[in-house]
Design a protein around this ligand. Structure first.
Ligand SMILES: Cc1ncc(COP(=O)(O)O)c(C=O)c1O
Length: 402
């Protein structure tokens, strides 16, 4: 999806810098679309991985690191019990199964234009006010409108109506949409989402895979959300495949007391390499020594610097664009106002301008996420890195408007 028609090939990367096979160095604000939010090859993670790879990678037994990481996830996000997966996609898929199992209800509710990985149930959007399969959905096993209820983010009435049917096992939600630009919740929206789901007997699953950028305990901790289940992947292992899903003690108990659910073998949750010792060693080091509370404070400051610079360019050139920040990540879009819903955000998309800006930046040594205009800070990002983007972005706008 990189602009320009020629894929760049990756040679090596360290901290916030990436070098391609032609020896060109880039300031990396894409950071593997969050997978490298800890920076590339962070020393503590590399050392832990090197150590563990010599001691055995996977064994069908938990390592001590699993307990340490579990405690750290409890400290950060507040949910009581944790299990591991290799991708956020799988964490989400398994959580949806558990939610259906313990509620006995068939449906999942998602927000239009959400993205939660390659999760079948999440490939539904609203079109003309009705759920439909998302354009481009590849070979769906069933029409997702059979499995899924869709509402717009921030639409309280739509949510109330949808939950009122009484058939929704869980809401699967990013606390702010991050995969169609950034769509922030309106004030009070999360309180309503929580109380309506509780009233309806519907579980609330918060997917923190991208919104982890908000702070050390994600959006959930920063805004005191109270989900029943929480999923997270990508960044927590410093780039090594790992994901986690947490649940309240009540949910854990309900899951474990399902006598007819095979939670350990071939029941449709879990996987052979899930919770492997290598992933857990990487996660222990990354959370313990790299993506620390202090690192988040610095990353968020740099994202503010980036946001201010982008705003300054937008205002001084009087272009009808906006930028939205969520902790250590920010994204600009080519429309005057931040969208309220995924539908509004989708309608604002401008693929020509996206391609222009991406290629302009790429040619000047700056990477942002190819299918977004997202910039993410890692612990190794510097103010000078942010300024490289600001200068190239200002020049791109100047050339565009002549
Ligand atoms: C919010 C969210 N959840 C889950 C995923 C899936 O992550 P993965 O592709 O690592 O399975 C993504 C991927 O972009 C995501 O943005």
């Amino acid at each position: 999806m990189w602009a320009g028609g020629f894929p760049l090939f990756f040679e090596e990367a360290s901290g916030a810098r990436l070098t391609d096979v032609d020896g060109k160095e880039y300031v990396d604000l894409c950071l593997g679309d969050t997978g490298a939010m800890a920076g590339h090859a962070p020393a503590a993670t590399v050392a832990a991985v090197e150590r563990q790879v010599r001691r055995g990678v996977t064994a069908m037994l938990p390592s001590e690191d699993a307990a340490v990481v579990g405690r750290e996830l409890v400290r950060r996000f507040g949910l009581d019990a944790w299990q591991f997966a290799l991708t956020a996609t799988d964490a989400n898929r398994w959580v949806l199964r558990m939610a259906r199992q313990i509620t006995g209800r068939p449906k999942v509710l998602v927000f239009s234009y959400c993205y939660h990985g390659t999760v079948d149930e999440a490939f539904a959007v609203l079109g003309d006010g009705r759920p439909r399969s998302r354009p481009g959905n590849v070979g769906p096993a069933v029409d997702p409108t059979e499995t899924t209820t869709v509402v717009e983010f921030n639409d309280v009435e739509g949510l109330e109506r949808a939950l009122g049917a009484g058939d929704v096992a869980c809401v699967l939600a990013e606390p702010a949409l991050t995969n169609i630009g950034i769509v922030l919740p309106e004030p009070g929206y999360h309180d309503v989402l929580r109380s309506l789901t509780r009233d309806a007997g519907t579980l609330l699953v918060i997917d923190e895979t991208h919104t982890f950028s908000t702070g050390p305990g994600g959006y959930t901790r920063a805004h005191e959300l109270e989900p029943d289940l929480l999923t997270i992947g990508k960044a927590i292992g410093g780039g090594v495949p790992v994901a986690a899903y947490g649940m309240t003690a009540d949910v854990a108990e309900r899951v474990l007391s399902s006598p007819d659910a095979d939670l350990e073998d071939v029941g449709g949750v879990g996987g052979t390499l899930a919770g492997n010792a290598l992933s857990l060693a990487a996660t222990r080091a990354t959370l313990g020594e790299v993506l620390t509370d202090d690192a988040f404070a610095r990353m968020i400051e740099l994202a503010e610097r980036h946001e201010d610079a982008v705003n300054q360019v937008i205002e001084s050139r009087d272009v009808p664009w906006h930028v939205v920040r969520l902790g250590a990540r920010a994204e600009y879009r080519f429309a005057p106002e931040p969208p309220r819903t995924g539908g509004e955000a989708a309608a604002q998309s401008d693929s020509e301008l996206d391609a222009y800006v991406h290629l302009y930046l790429l040619n000047r040594g700056v990477l942002i996420t190819p299918f977004h205009n997202m910039a993410l800070m890692c612990p190794a990002t510097t103010a000078a890195d942010v300024d490289s983007h600001s200068e190239a972005f200002a020049a791109a706008v100047d050339e565009l408007i002549g």
